[in-house]
Design a protein around this ligand. Structure first.
Ligand code: FAD
Length: 385
């Protein structure tokens, strides 16, 4: 009987443990959203609870658990807050997916004292991720960086950024590398880009003006091997499954809250939970959530086994995010005008879920990757005009 849908005892107790931490975070959420403020209290709490280094190396303060355990933590955090789940997901994946961060920085991240982030997107390099204008010219032992990144999660706030740059060096053809840039480096400036949802995770525009970075500051693989592009694409399948679980956890949080509400809410002398027009959408959304949740965990399980989960991860990401937004929109309607008001939190959760449609690649780009997996790369149609 090889098919097994169960979680280990350790994963189940982690689930209860994270539920406890998520409840401790809950009281600050509305204020952080309203003020568009980085939730440092929650970050410290997650760090102290060991959630930011769940898959990190033990000698750096991590817990060295598997991707499925991380998925469990993201799902449970997301039931309460999408931004905190995203912060947890990013710190776990970035610190382990791009070797080259300083060990001390990683230790600080795992304790919730510091954050790292990744800056790849530009005006013309969102989906078209390699179409970079940010340039690094080589001068002796240094890169001199000029350019602008947009939509950078956790900026302002993160201490160190992984930045994709187009390197020009003598007569060599330009190449993409991934460099580590301290947010406090001379020539770096950042401004907040106010966003619709996930407002406490913050989104920044970062400008680089003659920023000098030692050539040792290369992220990814063995230092000096110039594997920037490969690192950029590396193991995105894990973070896409986590984005799906973030969206699904967000939807489950709202759906559960909606069940409580419709049972209590009396209209025409009885609870609205008696109406099939309330019941059936709930049944349909729970069904879709559960199906996609299994797909996301399957993707993580395949990653644990070292299998290529590109198909499962991208399917889970586009479907999970889309169905989460649909589910929360329907829940909002079931609350009546109360759902539209700020004090129920449903509107915040709706705005938060929308943000997941873009982060780590849009719904369309996820579908294009599924096209590649199903039909072949030649049918993706993404050659630059
Ligand atoms: C909440 C949030 C967090 C983010 N965090 C980060 C971060 O930490 N670091 C970072 O660097 N970036 C980050 N981003 C940026 C994100 O990676 C980009 O928004 C995303 O890659 C899409 O790029 P774009 O917004 O420029 O859209 P574009 O690439 O300009 O696309 C515009 C539209 O065209 C569609 N489209 C594009 N090409 C095709 C095609 N070939 N076929 C069909 N449709 C297509 C897209 O799906 C989209 O709907 C974040 C964004 C958000 C909203």
């Amino acid at each position: 009987m090889p098919l097994d849908f169960g979680f280990s005892d350790e994963q189940s107790s982690l689930r209860s443990y994270v539920q406890g931490i998520a409840n401790e975070i809950r009281p600050g959420l509305r204020e952080w959203d309203a003020k568009e403020e980085m939730p440092w209290q929650a970050i410290e709490k997650m760090g102290q609870a060991g959630l930011l280094g769940l898959i990190g190396l033990k000698n750096l303060g991590g817990r060295q658990l598997d991707y499925i355990s991380l998925g469990v933590a993201i799902e449970e955090l997301a039931k309460v807050d999408t931004s905190c789940a995203m912060i947890c997901s990013m710190q776990n994946t970035l610190t382990t997916l791009t070797p080259g961060w300083d060990d001390d920085d990683i230790r600080d991240v795992y304790q919730g004292k510091k954050l790292v982030c990744i800056a790849t997107s530009e005006e013309e390099a969102g989906s078209d991720v390699t179409n970079l204008k940010t340039n690094a010219r080589v001068e002796g032992d240094e890169y001199v960086i000029n350019g602008e990144k947009i939509h950078v999660s956790l900026m302002p706030g993160a201490s160190v950024m992984g930045v994709t740059v187009q390197v020009t060096e003598g007569n060599q053809p330009p190449r993409i590398e991934f460099v580590k840039v301290p947010a406090a480096a001379s020539g770096v400036t950042c401004e907040l880009m106010p966003e619709m949802g996930m407002r406490s995770h913050q989104l920044g525009r970062v400008r680089f003006n003659e920023v000098r970075i030692n050539r040792d500051s290369l992220l990814g693989g063995e230092k000096g091997k110039r594997e920037g592009k490969a690192v950029l694409y590396a193991r995105w399948n894990v973070s896409r499954c986590l984005s799906a679980l973030n969206a699904l956890g967000t939807a489950i949080g709202v759906l559960d809250q909606t069940i409580e509400f419709v049972k209590k809410k009396q209209v025409y002398g009885k609870s609205i939970a008696h109406y099939q027009s309330i019941q059936f959408p709930l049944v349909e959304h729970y069904t879709r959530v559960e199906a996609c949740r299994l797909l996301a965990y399957k993707g993580l399980w395949m990653n644990v086994r070292g299998e290529n989960a590109a198909r499962e991860a991208t399917m889970a990401k586009w479907y999970g995010v889309t169905l989460a937004v649909d589910a929360i929109k329907d829940c909002l309607q079931m609350f009546g005008a109360a759902g539209y008001l700020i004090d129920r939190d449903v509107e915040r959760r709706f705005r938060d879920a929308v943000g997941l449609m873009f982060t780590g690649g849009t719904v369309n780009i996820m579908k294009l990757i599924v096209v590649r997996e199903l039909l072949g790369k030649q049918f993706m149609g993404i050659e630059r005009a």
